[in-house]
Design a protein around this ligand. Structure first.
Ligand SMILES: *Cc1c(COP(=O)(O)O)cnc(C)c1O
Length: 365
């Protein structure tokens, strides 16, 4: 070709992404602090600095980062087993519980299999399901912002492989009671894996949600999903875990990306479990703030569901959502807006929470 022909020739086709990938939403990076007084209330992170014991464990482990981590995470799994009263064989760890969830879905679903979950719930659910070539089945929340378990049970087909229950639910904060989950489990086939995502379990009042370990012992098709990212404050290190029947947990360990949980994360997670009391006192302070904010917002005239996570949920149509997100943005408060649904705000330290309350006072009623 002459140079002229080259200029007018159509661009050669690039290798095509799979349809499921091309259809995924692009990741929109959150605003970064530029030394301003930005309140980061969009991701339900802990506002506390890492637990001192976890930070010390990371510093120590940093000296061995020329080595691969223990891919089987034996020490962490044994520590978790002791913490939970199960065996290490019933535990699979991964890079965040999102990582474990990806192992669950790719480990159980063939193309076209169905995964049922409530909507709105955690944004990662439809993405992981579609990425695996499986089919997301979204069941609308009930009027009280909770899971409609009857509708979820009715949506089961012979292609259903996994059902995701999120309690307390992200972003609405509403838990699912033990009795309701147990009734649900009685009605669901035992060859469907029922994943109970308890990312915020530490923040839930005792008795508000399920005793998931008891459910797991009674119903071996239950899989409990937990994380060190939220109450334990290790979001940046990426470590979470599942408790599941030994054969399932073994399958999850096999589907894991090798070495995906760093030695730093494993050591920090063990140190965090050892410092459980400290974590609990931090959680108690957040829960106190949650109650203070809920009472104040009610006095302002907001009608909110009582939430059990470290966040508040404001149901809002798109006009109100856009108004609120814009107002928060201009006040350097980062929150999460959800199209058609509302706004989620992480509960943090009293000063940041006061900024939220002041802003919302101007929009109440
Ligand atoms: C934050 C969150 C997770 C955990 O994410 P990690 O990957 O462990 O950081 C899982 N489920 C829900 C519902 C969450 O909100």
């Amino acid at each position: 070709m002459t140079p002229d022909q080259l200029l007018t020739a159509p661009a050669p086709a690039l290798p095509a992404l799979r349809g499921a990938v091309a259809g995924l939403p692009s990741y929109v990076p959150g605003r970064r602090s530029a030394g301003l007084d930005i309140a980061a209330l969009a991701s339900n992170e802990s506002h506390y600095e890492p637990l001192p014991a976890a930070a010390a464990a990371v510093t120590e482990a940093a000296g061995t980062m020329n080595r691969y981590p223990d891919s089987a995470a034996v020490e962490l799994r044994e520590r978790l087993a002791r913490h939970l009263g199960v065996t290490a064989g019933e535990i699979a760890v991964g890079p965040g519980s999102v990582g474990v969830l990806q192992q669950i879905i790719t480990g159980l679903c063939d193309a076209g299999d169905e995964v049922i979950f409530a909507w709105r719930s955690f944004e990662a659910y439809p993405i992981l399901v579609e990425l695996a070539g499986a089919r997301p089945v979204r069941i609308p929340l009930d009027d009280a912002e909770g899971h409609d378990l009857e509708a979820m049970a009715a949506a089961v087909t012979d292609r259903t492989k996994v059902i995701l229950l999120c309690t307390p639910n992200n972003p609405t904060g509403v838990p699912i009671s033990h009795e309701r989950i147990e009734a649900f489990l009685r009605s669901v086939r035992s060859d469907i894996l029922v994943v109970v995502d308890e990312a915020y379990v530490e923040y839930a009042d005792a008795g508000s949600g399920p005793d998931s370990l008891t459910l797991y012992r009674r119903y071996p098709n239950v899989c409990i999903l937990r994380t060190f990212s939220k109450a334990y404050g290790l979001a940046g290190l990426r470590v979470g875990y599942a408790v599941a029947a030994p054969a399932i947990a073994e399958g999850l360990r096999r589907t894991a990306l090798p070495f995906s949980v760093s030695a730093l994360a494993q050591k920090a997670a063990i140190a965090s479990l050892d410092a459980g009391d400290e974590m609990e006192s931090r959680v108690a302070a957040v829960k106190q703030e949650r109650a203070r904010m809920a009472a104040e917002l009610e006095a302002q005239g907001w009608k909110l569901q009582p939430g059990q996570g470290n966040f508040l949920w404001i149901r809002a149509d798109d006009t109100l959502r856009a108004t609120l997100v814009d107002a928060f943005d201009r006040a350097d408060i980062l929150v999460r807006g959800y199209q058609d649904d509302g706004v989620r705000i992480t509960v943090a330290d009293p000063a940041a929470n006061d900024r939220v309350l002041r802003l919302l006072a101007a929009h109440a009623g």
